[in-house]
Design a protein around this ligand. Structure first.
Ligand code: KG4
Length: 333
């Protein structure tokens, strides 16, 4: 089954052609990050406009690079939430138009299910059940993946997402948006014990996380140092932040896997590209006898291929939509 998939939930416009949920024939992506960097974060209105400008050309590119035509496509898939509502609406409207004009079935895909499915593209042997750690710019959660389309959130951030925490701290340190990668670069050569930073404890659910206290602590630390004219050990601070974020994520991942009876862990989302988190996860999974899947960096961030992968499994369960499909800023997994 050949699926043409669209992704436009944030600041990447993407179109991809995927065969049977596992084989990527093309994966055309246009990132708007440089544009949003001018403002220090994603400007929703600009994101929507840029999606409108890019999506038709990316569709042509995806078909061309896959070496297929519209006649070869069996279904059209699209991310319908969660994300920026205006941005999502561009993809949903476009996908509906394509499905209607080409007379193809339409498959709605949850963005985070897509992130998890990135692992199916990278690892042919991977099948549910497993525990997924989804860490992106807008979400941080632990997902009990019982089957391809049967999953539930067992732990989540109560406030900021891990990526948001990296991005906001990067901004205070004068690093460009998105800040995760520049923070990782800065952390090289820094000591992760240079600064003592807070770790959270969420009273009524020990699998839930919190990143806003860490963010505020670092913002205050930087402002206080600036006011007193004191120098900051920038690499040390970046390394300490990465350690704090990893400490928030990794032990909870291991505990969730244990509690829900999983022997396999898969990471997903843009923050899963972080080398500190990858290293800590690797070590912790080894120590606890868990098999770990870490998708390659290019499949961690937003892309259309992951949507095409998940769409295949949604279609096997007859999860189709009609022309009344809407976009949702918030959407249960
Ligand atoms: O999954 P993604 O591309 O988009 C969302 O769905 O949010 O994730 C983007 C997030 C941004 O917050 C970015 O700073 C973060 O992923 N990120 C990283 C790294 N690369 C991207 N965070 C930490 N370390 C990285 N190497």
């Amino acid at each position: 089954m050949l699926i043409l998939a669209f992704e436009s939930s944030c600041d990447e416009t993407a179109a991809a052609v995927v065969r049977d949920g596992r084989e990527v024939l093309s994966d055309a992506i246009l990132s708007q990050a440089d544009m949003h960097a001018l403002y220090g974060g994603v400007v929703p209105e600009i994101a929507s406009r840029k999606h409108v400008e890019a999506i038709a050309a990316l569709t042509d590119q995806a078909l061309r690079e896959a070496g297929v035509t519209r006649d070869d496509i069996d279904a059209v898939a699209v991310t319908y939430g969660p994300g920026l509502i205006g941005a999502l609406l561009v993809g949903v409207s476009f996908a509906k138009s394509v499905a209607f004009a080409w007379d193809k079935p339409l498959i709605p895909v949850h963005h985070l299910r897509g992130h998890i499915a990135a692992n199916y593209l990278a690892f042919p042997e991977l099948e549910p059940p497993f525990l997924a750690l989804c860490i992106s710019g807008g979400n941080s959660m632990l997902v009990d993946v019982r089957d391809y389309t049967d999953m539930s959130i067992v732990g989540a951030t109560r406030d900021d997402a891990a990526g948001e925490c990296f991005d906001k701290i990067a901004r205070v340190l004068g690093l460009p948006y998105p800040g995760g990668k520049p923070m990782e670069e800065l952390a090289k050569g820094g000591s992760d014990t240079a600064y003592v930073l807070p770790r959270s404890k969420v009273a009524d659910c020990d699998l839930d996380m919190s990143f806003s206290g860490l963010k505020t602590a670092v913002v205050n630390l930087v402002h206080n140092a600036e006011q007193k004219g004191e120098a900051i050990d920038r690499p040390g601070l970046a390394a300490s932040v990465a350690a704090a974020i990893s400490d928030e994520l990794v032990p909870r991942t291991i505990e969730a896997a244990r509690r829900y009876g999983h022997h396999t862990v898969a990471a997903a989302g843009g923050v899963a590209a972080n080398s500190r988190i990858r290293g800590d996860l690797q070590r912790a999974c080894e120590e606890n006898g868990l098999k770990l899947y870490l998708p390659p960096l290019k499949l961690c961030g937003d892309n259309g291929a992951m949507i095409g992968s998940q769409a295949y499994y949604e279609s096997l369960c007859q999860h189709y939509a009609d022309m009344s499909l809407n976009a949702y800023a918030n959407l249960e997994i």
